[in-house]
Design a protein around this ligand. Structure first.
Ligand code: SF4
Ligand code: SF4
Ligand code: SF4
Length: 177
């Protein structure tokens, strides 16, 4: 099993419902976020294009944050989900510096925090909170190793990209373009 999120940039309207849902579901402290909306304008006037996309930790297969963690607090669990064990984290910040996506932050309690792919919800058979609230249904979640899963089918049928592929991290968040 390899969990992945697939996000359709053609359907995202940048409403930030995913951000609010994550903050509520995961008690994200005020002033911080585990997911965020990025707006990218390309082309030249009058032929401008706007891409809106919801970003978060990519749960990278080759995760520098896991490799550099001196205590093992940053670790990988089943399905390839990258987690931080708060009780083992000494807050050194090495993982924050190593992440090419700026996906981690220092929690006011002293440990480092980030998106967990809502691991606690997956264990109950629920979708991640951000995926479940999206009003345009632009986010999909499932198993890359299952060729019949919605995420596998979308990646087979549609053009997609990952962010900063040059970093060599093998992200597990894919953007349909
Ligand atoms: Fe680590 Fe950053 Fe990749 Fe998440 S996006 S697994 S924090 S390197
Ligand atoms: Fe590991 Fe915590 Fe240091 Fe990050 S801040 S590298 S999770 S000990
Ligand atoms: Fe937040 Fe969960 Fe979505 Fe990650 S998967 S951004 S933790 S709601």
């Amino acid at each position: 099993m390899r969990y992945a999120m697939v996000i359709d940039t053609k359907k995202c309207v940048g409403c930030s419902d995913c951000v609010v849902a994550c903050q509520t579901e995961n008690n994200v402290p005020e002033g911080f976020c585990r997911d965020w909306i990025t707006e990218v304008v390309s082309g030249s006037y009058p032929n401008l294009e706007l891409e809106l996309r919801s970003e978060r930790c990519n749960h990278c297969e080759e995760a520098p944050c896991v490799r550099c963690c001196p205590t093992g607090a940053s670790h990988v669990v089943e399905g390839g989900i990258v987690l931080v064990n708060a009780s083992e984290c000494i807050g050194c910040g090495a993982c924050i510096a190593s992440c090419p996506y700026d996906a981690r932050f220092q929690h006011p309690d002293g440990h480092v925090d980030k998106c967990t792919f809502c691991h606690h919800r997956l264990k109950k058979g629920q979708l991640p909170a951000c995926v479940s609230v999206c009003p345009t249904k632009c986010m999909y979640f499932g198993d890359l190793d299952d060729p019949n899963s919605e995420v596998s089918q979308l990646l087979k049928d549609r053009k997609y990209k990952t962010l900063a592929p040059e970093a060599g991290t093998k992200p597990h968040v894919f953007y349909l373009i």
